[in-house]
Each structure stands twice: as C-alpha cells, then as structure tokens.
Design a protein around this ligand. Structure first.
Ligand code: SF4
Ligand code: SF4
Length: 375
C-alpha cells in the first residue's frame, strides 16, 4: 500500500513544469490522522505500507510531519517492519533538526534535482526566477553523508534529454547511489525527441556498466527496474499500479485521489472520494489497472506488452489525455528502456559469468534473445 500525504500545497519554488496549484493550504493534523487510520484499515495484514510526505514542499510543514510521524508510530497497527516513511523534498530546506529527525525515524529521503546547474536551473527556480541548484546540491551532499537512504529524482524533458548521461555522472560525483530518472510526460514530446531516447538511454546504460565494472554499482531506475521486470518474465499483477486500490493520495482539503500525480484542487476530475465519506467505488473503478491495459488494443498485439508500463494510468493521462491510451512518446520510451536494459543485462551477465544475475537476486524467466528480437 502506498499512501501519499500532501501535507501542504505551499512551495518556496516555482518550477516551470510544476502541476501543483500553490495555495496557502496545509493539511490539518486531525485530517492526516484520519487518512492514516483509513490507510491502515484498508491494508491487509500481510502487506507493507509506504507513507510518503509530499507537497508543495512538505518540509515547509516540518512540525506537522513530526506530529504525523508520532501518530503513525504510536498507531495500534504500526510495526516498524511493516511501515516505511518517506519524505520527498525539493532540497532547499534542510537543517540539523530535520537531519536528526530523519535519522532517528529511519525515513527514506528523496530529493528532486534535475541534474547539473545548467540543467536543473532551467526549470527549478525560486519565485524571482533564480535557480535553486546551489542550495539543492548542498543538501544532497549533506544528506548523502548523514543518511543511509538518499534517492535523487531527476525529471527530464525534450530540452534536457540529451544531458541525461551527464546528470548520472553529476549525481555520482555528489555521492548518490540511488538515481531515479523520470520523464515529464506532459511535456510536448515530438517524434524527433522520441528518436533521441535510444541514444540518451543507451549512454545511461554505458554509465551504469562503467560503475558496475568499477565495483561501485549504482541503482538507476531506468535500467534496474526494467532488468528486474525482464527477469521476472514481465510485470506481475501486484506490481502494476493499483490506483485507488493500493495507492491513495490525500490532499490538504480532505479529497482522496488515486495517485499523488493526479491531485488537484477540490472537485477535480480525478478525485475518488473524501476523508469524511470515504472512497466512492464507482469513481475508483475508472482507474483499475486491468481495465486500463485491456482497452489498449495496439498493446494487446505487442510482444512487449508484459514488460511495458502501458498500464500506468497517470503517465498515460499526462501524455495522451486518457488513462487507458498510450502516447507515441510513452511507447518509444518504453521500447528504448527495454532495449537498454537488455543490452546491459546481456553484456554484464556475460562479462561477470553469472555474478551480475546474483547481484540482481533474480532468475531469468524469459529468453533474452527472443525478447531482443521483439524490441
Ligand atoms: S518543488 Fe515541487 S511543488 Fe514546488 S514548484 Fe517545484 S515541482 Fe512544484
Ligand atoms: S511498447 Fe508500445 S505498443 Fe508495445 S506494449 Fe508498450 S506501449 Fe504498447
């Protein structure tokens, strides 16, 4: 179960691609508590829960995050092995109090940074237009030195796709070993931009192999997640996003959404209920992953169907306008990432005589040669 708490809509940045409506609106503690109760209630005993603090900039409400954490950790259904806490921050607010709190509660710390200053500062700016790179890189350096888990997420767009390999090296130099690369699906990707994906992802694959050979493996989402899926023989039912089922996002005004990326304001079209009345089954069923996949007819004929993230309703919505329709960009991006992951897997598996597979803790369920023919 994934539960995202939008603790505030306020933010001290004005990123040019931001989809969050900035309002002076924060989540009252009582409402956060009800959201947590509902999440525990809906989670089967055998499943884990990831509570994520999200915004706006969540650390603008640090005292509230503290109070919510206390509530979660004193909840009758809480167990440290069952619950993971995560903060996703823009990296501009950080001090020793926050750092001590993150360490004490073993919170996973995610920082949004798009890459080196010339890339990051194109979009991630303060209200006056000044880039936030300097401050964010200082936070990354401190966080890497102090926490066991630091994830950095870079958003890329047509303007910055070519800088992806350089971005990976930049994070590596800052000491980051968990690198997430996320396309901005709502950007105006053209066919020629999509054509540059193979080159950019391929170079990221080369970086991945370079670090692995140096015995300093980096987790790079684009590569590791896809190799893991290939080895498992495709996305399994429980892995596909279950918007509204095992993924919920709670907005400051009490609205419930099926995914944090779809959180809007008030009576937004993606809302599936509110904290007082609960989730409306009729609204929720719109998002269910199996329905999404079944309606994409072109994908049903595609041999990569099992390895492809065509089921992600919010990525589809942002890139095509429909939950159940893939855009040309998403299709090209999935093909390029599958090709890259296969190349990395085959190369390292051969070079390392089986040790690479061991590193991944997987077992090859799919014939990678056949898989390559299909890409
Ligand atoms: S830091 Fe996040 S919430 Fe704030 S402006 Fe940037 S993208 Fe939006
Ligand atoms: S690669 Fe394209 S056509 Fe094939 S399953 Fe994915 S989105 Fe559909």
């Amino acid at each position: 179960m994934k539960c995202t708490l939008i603790v505030t809509r306020q933010c001290n940045l004005r990123c040019k691609y931001c989809y969050v409506g900035k309002e002076a609106e924060s989540m009252p503690l009582e409402q956060a508590q009800r959201s947590i109760d509902l999440t525990f209630q809906r989670t089967p005993e055998s499943e884990t829960i990831d509570f994520a603090f999200f915004g706006g900039e969540p650390l603008m409400e640090f005292p509230e995050i503290r109070a919510i954490t206390e509530y979660i950790e004193s909840h009758p259904d809480y167990h440290p092995k069952k619950v993971q806490l995560t903060i996703v921050t823009n990296g501009t607010i950080f001090n020793s109090e926050i750092s001590g709190f993150v360490r004490e509660h073993r919170i996973a710390f995610g920082i949004s940074c798009d890459g080196p200053p010339e890339v990051h500062d194109r979009f991630r700016v303060y209200p006056g237009g000044k880039g936030s790179s300097r401050r964010v890189s200082q936070t990354i350096l401190k966080a890497v030195g102090e926490f066991s888990q630091v994830m950095v997420n870079a958003v890329y767009r047509p303007e910055t796709i070519d800088a992806l390999p350089e971005t990976v090296d930049y994070f590596s130099d800052l000491g980051v070993r968990q690198i997430y690369l996320s396309p901005d699906y709502s950007a105006p990707w053209t066919a020629s931009d999509s054509g540059r994906l193979d080159m950019a992802y391929g170079e990221v694959g080369e970086k991945y192999m370079k670090y692995y050979r140096q015995r300093d493996p980096h987790f790079i989402s684009l590569i590791d997640s896809k190799i893991a899926v290939i080895l498992r023989g495709g996305y399994q039912q429980g892995e596909r996003c279950s918007m509204g089922k095992s993924e919920l996002a709670f907005a400051p005004d009490g609205s419930i959404y099926p995914c944090e990326r779809l959180v809007g304001k008030g009576d937004n079209e993606h809302r599936i209920g509110n904290i007082k009345q609960g989730i409306e089954v009729k609204l929720m069923s719109r998002y269910q992953a199996d329905k999404t996949v079944n309606t994409i007819s072109v994908c049903q004929r595609c041999r990569l169907n099992n390895l492809c993230m065509n089921w992600c309703g919010c990525s589809n919505f942002f890139s095509s306008g429909y939950y159940n329709s893939v855009s040309p960009f998403l299709c090209a991006s999935e093909r390029a990432s599958i090709r890259t992951a296969l190349n990395v897997y085959e190369t390292l598996e051969k070079e390392m005589s089986g040790a690479f597979l061991h590193h991944l803790n997987g077992s090859p369920l799919i014939n990678s040669v056949q898989c390559r023919q299909q890409t």
